[in-house]
Design a protein around this ligand. Structure first.
Ligand SMILES: [Zn+2]
Ligand SMILES: [Zn+2]
Length: 202
């Protein structure tokens, strides 16, 4: 699933030692991880990438990340996708070649097919993870000591459903990869549950 790219990009910057869980696109997310929430303002489309400086609260290390514009981030996703498709094309061409040419050429064609498949697989993964914020291995939370994870902005008009009196929360599923009608139904259902909840503060 490609990540949602926003102009005002909400991210979680986390130190690995403290990294508890990866935020997902569900409503309950903000409490699942340790690390700080930041809002990065991406440069306008067409402008060069900007530097985002952040100091880690855990280890006081100063880090710099490169932040790409919305269009720039999408271009980076598209470029990775193009490489992934090329890998897939190499795979198909080599498999076809194995049957058509065969014989001595197999020694070349089979490794080529494997390489094509691997490229398509790994690069396809990078394409869906590309977020247009780069540096220090951002986007590779296991490898890097610090991680930057995007948080999707909530859909317009669907606020967090929390009771102001007792803090009771009704989570609901949302995310750019879900159908709008589905998310709206989830929201309406959660709102009805919130309205009907037994308030502890009364
Ligand atoms: Zn740190
Ligand atoms: Zn309540």
């Amino acid at each position: 699933m490609p990540l949602a790219i926003d102009r005002n990009q909400k991210v979680v910057f986390a130190h690995r030692k403290n990294f508890v869980g990866k935020p997902t696109a569900s409503g309950s997310v903000s409490w699942d991880y340790k690390g700080d929430e930041h809002v990065i303002v991406r440069p306008e489309d067409g402008r060069p990438a900007e530097t985002w400086k952040v100091t880690c609260r855990e280890c006081r290390q100063k880090l710099e990340f490169t932040v790409h514009s919305v269009a720039g981030a999408r271009r980076r996703q598209a470029r990775w996708r193009a490489i992934a498709w090329t890998g897939l094309a190499v795979l198909i061409a080599s498999v076809v070649g194995c049957f058509v040419i065969g014989g001595a050429a197999l020694a070349v064609l089979i490794p080529l097919a494997v390489a094509g498949a691997a490229t398509g697989y790994y690069v396809g993964g990078i394409a869906s993870d590309e977020m247009g914020v780069t540096g220090h291995g951002a986007g590779m939370p296991i490898v890097a000591k610090h991680s930057v994870t995007l948080i999707e902005s909530r859909p317009a008009g669907m606020e967090e459903l929390v009771c102001e009196k007792c803090g009771h929360e009704e989570p609901y599923r949302w995310g750019s990869h879900m159908r709008k009608g589905y998310v709206e139904r989830q929201y309406r259902g959660a709102k009805a549950r919130l309205d009907a909840h037994t308030c502890r503060a009364r």
